[in-house]
Design a binder for this molecule. Structure first.
Ligand code: ATP
Length: 971
């Protein structure tokens, strides 16, 4: 047997896809028991002259032209006269494609499967004389949803599912140009006039259906290998149009079938007439069985599988299955396929076996048993089922099974199938309408209605064989023959009789021997009426080159024809559309994958949704967490910035506070110095008043207010800048007393000169140290501020948020301000240093002057005392030249002191002038410094700074210019 898998190909104007027409019921010929007795042949035309043919021109040419008289040539694909599409060409290669609705495609690309179909179709007659058969209803228009109509006007139901009842046996008796098989004729028996039949009429009619229309029996004649088919012994006549095979010899007679295919009919035509509509019905929910029966080598496998150039029933059925799916968008389908063989009465799973298994090599495989289920009927288990999604995939699966099938060479077939092979395609389908509001919770989201499960069984039986050479062949043959015999027996005994249990029984009420063979057991459902059945019997009418061969063939052929007749007459099908299964149980349960998968999909979707929700929640949480982190970081950064700002402010405040404290301390010191009776001195330059007195007060110490200088009455004027050492002797002049009283506010005017200077020195040094500390503090804080600023700037840069320009400006402004302040302080310090130096120098000069003065006083007093001591007469008499000279000296000194006061006054005035002219600046702390503008001028000019001038003048005024050198020397 050839296992070549035909390439998927379909004619461009392939078989019609309209509803399967009603299968023809048995002809009106009589059946004589189990044997189909040929009807009386009225016109055996050419008896005993070889194969009889209706006429020499009876057999149609290979590609006959369409008859012009045909009103609706079947070769015309596309739209019929009524404008309805009637045919659609399908190619395996075209799968999968989106559904195209009900319309028929007329311009599909040519397919390799199209070979010969065109010619075949063109010669299909559509004799308009066919009428609706009211007596031979068919299942396909009875229990199905087809409409029982006859072709009167050529109209066709728009849904394409119209089928008509089986034609009467008295269909066109004209042999001329009559090449139609019964099925072919029905295809065109679609008549709008019959649409008048209302459904009730149809139902009544269909209630009488005997179910025979659900069984199609066809006979195919294989061409003789020797090419001498036309010159057989003349006992045979094959009339394809009449579906007649007439044998003129012994046990001769006319055999009518639903279809008779001559040697010229190809596989496509055979498929169209024996299986096409059955396949469609299977897709609609009916069980269907097609099997090929016949002697070995007569073309069973050729018909079922075909070749690459001429695909057989199986590949064409697969094509149509997917075509139907494509054209039915309202339903969803699931296909699963199994492939088994019955070899020597054992069942083997061809999809579980390794490919290339040789005959006789037993593969270890779990024994497959036949089981029976109320819903599934008889089925093999365990059996591998593969889910297929495309025709190519399905063909591949079947090809794999073919490879595993046992074949061997026999007398009549070099590659003979030694087993019965059963391809089962299970079709699950369900409405695609979404939503199920009233459904139970478990089925929420599932479409309404259940899953429809139907099975298409495509069976290639092993060939019966009379003679076998080898023991192995004989053993195989005996099993094959036994099973075929049982099949024949069962079919022969089939009747509508039921036993007491309601099971099919023979006419005598006995059980049918289904269990006598695995084959009949497996076919039980189909044979007992649950399935649409199409039987293709293959014969070969030829001598095969030898008389013995011819005799063998004749005997086998007659046996086959008798088998076919029995099948036609006895098998009654009451096939019904499979119930739609819901939930668990039988076919409606675990085996209904569509339901199971849908449920699983729903479950998974729910899971996915919940996961997605969970993920969304998690995402939200993560996002919130991230936001919180970002916010926290921002807050931290802001906090950090705030802290820095606070620190800076704190620094600034601290600096200011210190400064304020310092100023306050100074002010208090100054005031306390001014009001303090103890006459304590403050440091220089802190008195806001820069008058002469302020100059004096600026000399106040800052050492805790401890009285450094004892204020005493002084002989010098109150305007003395620096408190000079009191002579320790109180002056006795009233004016001096006033002066002293007035000088309460003045600073140490008459304090101890030496102590005063030392105190001043200490005060100045303390002040200097104070300033230095202050400067250090400021510098430290400035450094800190700079660091903070730079770190913040770098943070700002690192975080990519830009440089904080505004803050930098403020910081730089602050820095500048601090710098300016430092500069100012330094300048002030410089001034003070200089003043200190000047004061020291002045102090030394004054000390010298004091010493000189005290010496002179001493001398003067000594002189006065001595003059008094020597007698007044002497002194007065002589006029005492010494006394008078001393008096002159004292008066001279006093004059000089007076002139110093005047100088001081002048100096004050001068300073005041300078302040007014802006040459010097009087600071807040009472200091005096040269204006910045003038500083350069001053430094560049030869004129000494004002303070130096002042001190220089003071010194000059105190000791006189002429004594400077000597004073300096004394120091
Ligand atoms: N109608 C036909 N046209 C052309 N060749 C055919 C036809 N029928 C059969 N053959 C050829 O005859 C040979 C035998 O056919 P096939 O193997 O199909 O017979 P079979 O009935 O399956 O035999 P077996 O029962 O032994 O398996 C094959 O080479 C096949 O190509």
């Amino acid at each position: 047997m050839s296992t070549t898998l035909p390439r998927p190909s379909r004619p461009s104007n392939g078989p019609p896809t309209v509803a399967l027409p009603a299968l023809p019921v048995g002809k009106t010929r009589k059946s004589t028991g189990g044997l189909s007795v040929p009807v009386t042949r009225s016109t055996p035309s050419t008896p005993k002259t070889g194969l009889r043919t209706p006429s020499s021109t009876f057999l149609p040419p290979a590609t006959p032209a369409p008859t012009a008289a045909l009103p609706q040539p079947r070769s015309v694909s596309g739209f019929n006269a009524a404008g309805k599409t009637i045919r659609k060409t399908v190619s395996i290669n075209s799968f999968p494609q989106p559904p195209r609705g009900e319309g028929r495609v007329t311009s599909l690309p040519p397919s390799p499967l199209s070979t010969g179909v065109s010619s075949r179709k063109s010669r299909t007659p559509t004799t308009p004389t066919y009428q609706l058969s009211s007596t031979t209803p068919s299942f396909l228009n009875g229990t199905g949803d087809g409409k029982s109509i006859a072709r009167l006007g050529g109209a066709r139901n728009s849904d394409g599912l119209i089928s008509v009842s089986s034609p009467p046996q008295s269909r066109s008796s004209s042999a001329q140009d009559s090449y139609s098989t019964s099925a072919t004729q029905y295809e065109d028996l679609v008549d709008a006039a019959q649409l008048k039949l209302d459904s009730s009429t149809k139902d009544k009619r269909m209630s009488k259906v005997d179910g025979k229309g659900n069984v199609i029996v066809s006979v195919r004649v294989r061409p003789d290998a020797g090419g001498n088919e036309h010159r057989t012994d003349g006992e045979w006549m094959v009339d394809g149009r009449k579906s007649l095979i007439a044998y003129n010899g012994k046990e001769g007679g006319d055999y009518f079938y639903d279809n008779v295919f001559t040697t010229h009919d190809d596989n496509s035509r055979v498929y169209d007439h024996i299986a096409k509509r059955l396949v469609r019905r299977v897709m609609e929910g009916y069980h269907g069985t097609v099997f090929a029966y016949g002697m070995t080598g007569t073309g069973k496998t050729f018909s079922m599988q075909g070749t690459a150039s001429s695909p057989g029933v199986i590949p064409l059925a697969i094509t149509d299955i997917f075509s139907y799916i494509r054209e039915t968008p309202s339903r969803e389908f699931l296909l699963r396929v199994s492939y088994l063989e019955i070899y020597n009465e054992r069942i083997h799973d061809l999809l579980s076996m390794p490919t290339g298994t040789q005959l006789g090599v037993n593969q270890a495989q779990e024994e497959i048993k036949l089981r029976e289920d109320s819903k599934r009927g008889v089925y093999a288990s365990p059996l591998k089922e593969e889910i297929v999604q495309s025709p190519t995939q399905l063909l591949r699966v079947i090809a794999r099974g073919d490879q595993a099938r046992r074949t061997a060479s026999t007398q009549f077939n070099a590659r003979s199938s030694r087993s019965h092979a059963v391809v089962q395609i299970v079709v699950e389908s369900r409405e695609r309408v979404p939503g199920n509001p009233a459904g139970d919770s478990k089925r929420q989201g599932l479409p309404p209605g259940g899953v429809r499960v139907s099975t298409l069984s495509l069976i290639d039986l092993a060939g019966s064989e009379k003679a076998a050479e080898s023991k192995e062949r004989r053993q195989e043959g005996s099993h094959i023959n036994k099973s075929l015999l049982t099949l024949g027996t069962v079919i022969a005994k089939l009747s509508e009789t039921k036993d007491k249990d309601g099971k099919p029984a023979d006419k005598d009420g006995k059980h049918l021997p289904y269990r006598d063979s695995k084959l009949t057991r497996l076919l039980q459902g189909a044979l007992s009426g649950n399935s649409l059945v199409s039987i293709l019997c293959t014969i070969q009418i030829g001598s095969a080159g030898s008389v013995a061969g011819a005799n063998t063939h004749t005997g086998e052929t007659i046996n086959t024809l008798k088998f076919a007749s029995r099948a036609k007459n006895n098998i009654v099908s009451h096939a019904k559309r499979a119930e739609e299964a819901l939930g668990a149980g039988g076919d409606g349960g675990a085996r209904v994958l569509l339901e199971r998968y849908r449920m699983e999909i729903l479950e998974l979707r729910k899971e996915l949704d919940s996961q997605a929700k969970g993920n969304t929640k998690k995402d939200d949480e993560v996002e919130k967490e991230r936001d919180a982190k970002v916010e926290l970081a921002r807050e931290k950064e802001a906090h950090h910035r705030h802290e820095e700002q606070m620190l800076e402010m704190q620094l600034a405040r601290t600096a200011l506070k210190e400064r304020i404290d310092h100023l306050n301390r100074l002010i208090l010191s100054s005031k306390s110095t001014g009001v303090n009776a103890s006459g304590s001195y403050s440091s220089l330059g802190m008195n806001p008043r820069y008058s002469q007195s302020s100059m004096r007060s600026s000399l106040a110490t800052s050492n805790g207010g401890r009285p450094i200088l004892e204020r005493t009455a002084s002989m010098t004027s109150t305007s003395s800048t620096i408190g000079r050492k009191s002579s320790g002797h109180r002056s006795s002049g009233g004016a001096e007393t006033v002066l002293i009283a007035d000088d309460d506010d003045s600073l140490g005017e008459f304090g101890d000169g030496t102590a005063s200077l030392a105190s001043q020195n200490r005060a100045l040094q303390a002040d200097l140290a104070d300033k230095n500390r202050y400067i250090q503090t400021l510098e430290k804080r400035l450094l800190q501020a700079r660091r903070a600023s730079s770190s913040r700037t770098s943070v700002g840069l690192a975080s990519g948020k830009g440089i904080l320009v505004g803050e930098d400006h403020s910081v730089s402004a602050l820095i500048k301000e601090k710098d300016a302040e430092i500069t100012e302080l330094r300048a002030r310090l410089d001034d003070k240093d200089k003043m200190l130096t000047a004061l020291r120098s002045a102090a030394r000069s004054r000390d010298n002057a004091d010493r000189v003065e005290s010496r002179m006083d001493l001398r003067a007093s000594q002189l006065v005392d001595s003059s008094h001591h020597h007698g007044s007469g002497t002194a007065s008499a002589t006029g005492s030249p010494t006394k008078s000279s001393l008096a002159r000296q004292v008066s001279h000194i006093r004059k000089r002191t007076k002139s110093v006061d005047e100088m001081n006054k002048m100096l004050d005035e001068m300073i005041q002038d300078r302040v007014q002219t802006g040459q010097i600046i009087r600071g807040n702390r009472g200091s005096v410094r040269v204006a910045t503008d003038n500083r350069e001028k001053l430094s560049s000019s030869s004129e000494p700074p004002i303070q130096l001038q002042l001190l220089s003048k003071q010194r000059t005024s105190i000791i006189g210019p002429d004594q400077q050198n000597s004073v300096a020397l004394e120091v």
